[in-house]
Design a protein around this ligand. Structure first.
Ligand code: FNR
Length: 194
């Protein structure tokens, strides 16, 4: 099933590190996207305060509201993140927790794709599986396969340019984006016709 028209995806980055391998993966996405798909970064999760009900009671912080609006307008979200201690990095979980407080929840029924890069052998798989669990609560529509795990990322990203140069990694990302594009299109079509 397909519907005509462009798709717009936004990228939620789980690392704040200068020289982040995940940021390198995120930068590679626009060039690997299929025709008709644009991909743009969201704001930084580093601009969010640590979640507290007391801070929320004073009002939703502006960076949270802005990111929620960008997600709500997008046809899909691509989360690109490291794995910390076999799970979701605290900063990313904090951002998702904040975003989940918006009304309506911007992830509700939203197509979401997951990618991770790590210096380890599993490429951040465990963080992705914890994200899948969280997105069940948020009623997002998480894309299944192909999965993107950029293992031993330090060997796949050019240290001088910060470019993701590894052909198999670029290939699997392009395949995922093609599949995610079709998934998001079918989702949009179903929403329009229901
Ligand atoms: C890590 N790292 C890591 N890697 C992994 O594959 N599994 C893990 O559980 C962890 N745990 C972990 C905890 C903490 C606190 C840090 C700082 C790091 C290593 C991680 O893959 C590596 O630092 C990546 O380079 C982080 O991604 P960015 O910042 O380069 O995008």
């Amino acid at each position: 099933m397909s519907v005509a028209g462009p798709l717009h995806f936004v990228v939620l980055l789980g690392s704040l590190r200068r020289g982040s391998y995940n940021a390198a993966v995120a930068r590679a996405l626009p060039a690997l996207a299929p025709a008709g798909v644009t991909i743009e970064p969201l704001g930084s999760i580093g601009d969010f305060p640590i979640y507290s009900g007391d801070v929320e009671a004073e009002g939703i912080p502006a960076p949270v509201a802005a990111m929620g609006e960008a997600i709500a307008k997008a046809d899909g979200v691509i989360v690109v993140t490291p794995e910390y201690n076999y799970s979701i990095p605290g900063g990313l979980k904090n951002a998702i927790d904040w975003l989940s407080r918006l009304k309506p929840n911007p992830f509700l029924d939203k197509p979401v794709a997951l990618e991770s890069a790590s210096v380890g052998m599993l490429g951040g798989a465990r963080a992705q599986y914890h994200l899948r669990q969280t997105f069940v609560m948020l009623e997002a529509c998480v894309f299944n396969k192909p999965e993107v795990f950029v293992a031993q990322a330090n060997q796949k990203i050019d240290a001088a340019t910060g470019a993701l140069t590894d052909p198999p990694a670029r290939d699997i990302i392009a395949k995922q984006l093609a599949g995610f594009g079709a998934f998001a299109r079918a989702h949009k079509h179903a929403a329009v016709t229901s």
